[in-house]
Design a protein. Structure first.
Length: 390
């Protein structure tokens, strides 16, 4: 159970757990439901503002619990409406979360770890490795921070504004949650699943399970486990290559997970849940974007029920990968479609605000000893040991 200055983090608790706390303090059980309504329905993050509670109880709760543990240290807003937050936790660790508006949809892209152990060669997230796991409460807090940005401007314009306490009728404007920020979600399995259940619960954020997506670089054992959780969440696999040789060069952890194992886990996930797997494929100019590679990828896709999200690379300062042209991208997608694969290009968002995972965090951090700064960084391509949480 995470704590800040000796206080428990409310956002990591289930309603029945908080009710047990109330019972232990000889408080009426209905007080637990009142508190959760203030937090999740009204967006209130200060116990002293919960006016239906006695003043003495508000003071008691504020002394034993904290709702938001983070502070917003940086905020960037794109011309396309994307908003990216850099959160700092009490121990000094930082994580990123993003609001992605798209018509009526409001998606929170959240992180599962501080840093990332996977070290994909093209990604800023893992340049500095893994610092620590995020707790379930810290994961939920990111989604709550993004939800507070989702209320439309007066007049129905629909663009995001920063409003820390949205009115009751606007508090559920967050429609989707994706675990596609910093970290490997399935390497922090227990905290991620707990956070999903809190976000999905009627007493919690009440986000539909089918509107949540867990993105993984591919951990077959955890993929099988996720399939057995009796949750209708979506699964996305970050493939980024059509064969094992290239994938190991781009994703060092892929040496542990052959394509055949990922395909088998993807088939089992569909059989257990009825949910198609999404294949995430970042297109890197001259690396994995040829027509021949599209044909090879189609062969893999035909072995399981899946669709393909093709994503044009968001350049990262200091890394040598290049964003492919629109023509190359469309040719790649058309080749997939001609071979019967359901494929489409995912929109690039927030290019003007360092929207790629890890960029804002690295830009805000001082250069490490011996590092030439954020304008140029070196990726070793090595692997890192990680204790995968159950």
């Amino acid at each position: 159970m995470s704590r800040a200055a000796g206080r428990r983090h409310l956002l990591g608790e289930h309603l029945d757990e908080f009710a047990a706390f109330c019972a232990d303090r000889e408080l009426p059980i209905y007080r637990a439901k009142q508190v959760f309504e203030w937090v999740y329905q009204k967006g209130v993050t200060d116990f002293h503002a919960m006016t239906s509670l006695p003043v003495g109880l508000r003071r008691q709760l504020a002394g034993e619990w904290v709702i938001f543990r983070s502070s917003i240290t940086r905020q960037r807003e794109s011309t396309d409406g994307t908003v990216k937050l850099l959160l700092e936790w009490p121990d000094g660790a930082t994580s990123e979360c993003v609001l992605i508006p798209d018509g009526p949809r409001r998606t929170a892209c959240i992180s599962s770890q501080v840093g990332c152990p996977v070290r994909c060669a093209f990604c800023a997230s893992g340049v500095d490795g893994l610092q620590r796991q995020l707790t379930a409460g810290e994961i939920v807090e990111q989604a709550m921070r993004i939800r507070a940005l989702c209320a439309p401007r007066p007049g129905g314009g629909g663009s995001a504004v920063r409003r820390p306490v949205p009115p009751v009728e606007e508090s559920q404007f967050l429609t989707n949650v994706v675990f596609m920020g910093l970290g490997e979600p399935l390497a922090n399995y227990g905290a991620v699943i707990r956070a999903i259940r809190i976000m999905n619960a009627e007493w919690g954020m009440h986000v539909g399970a089918r509107r949540m997506t867990v993105s993984t670089v591919g951990l077959p054992r955890q993929m099988h486990r996720l399939a057995s959780e009796d949750m209708q969440v979506n699964l996305a696999v970050s493939l980024h290559a059509p064969n094992d040789d290239l994938r190991v060069r781009l994703i060092p952890w892929a040496a542990r997970t052959p394509m055949a194992d990922l395909v088998a886990a993807g088939r089992q996930f569909f059989d257990a849940t009825g949910r198609e797997v999404t294949i995430e494929y970042i297109l890197l100019a001259g690396v994995n974007d040829s027509v021949g590679q599209a044909r090879e990828l189609a062969g893999l896709c035909r072995q399981m029920r899946c669709n393909v999200n093709v994503i044009r690379y968001n350049p990262v300062p200091g890394l040598d990968f290049v964003r492919p042209t629109s023509t190359t991208t469309q040719r790649f997608v058309q080749q997939l479609r001609s071979l019967g694969v359901n494929a489409h290009v995912r929109k690039s968002r927030g290019l003007d605000i360092e929207a790629a995972c890890g960029q804002l965090r690295r830009a805000a951090a001082p250069p490490a000893v011996g590092e030439p700064g954020t304008e140029k960084c070196e990726v070793t391509g090595g692997t890192e040991r990680l204790s995968i949480q159950s």
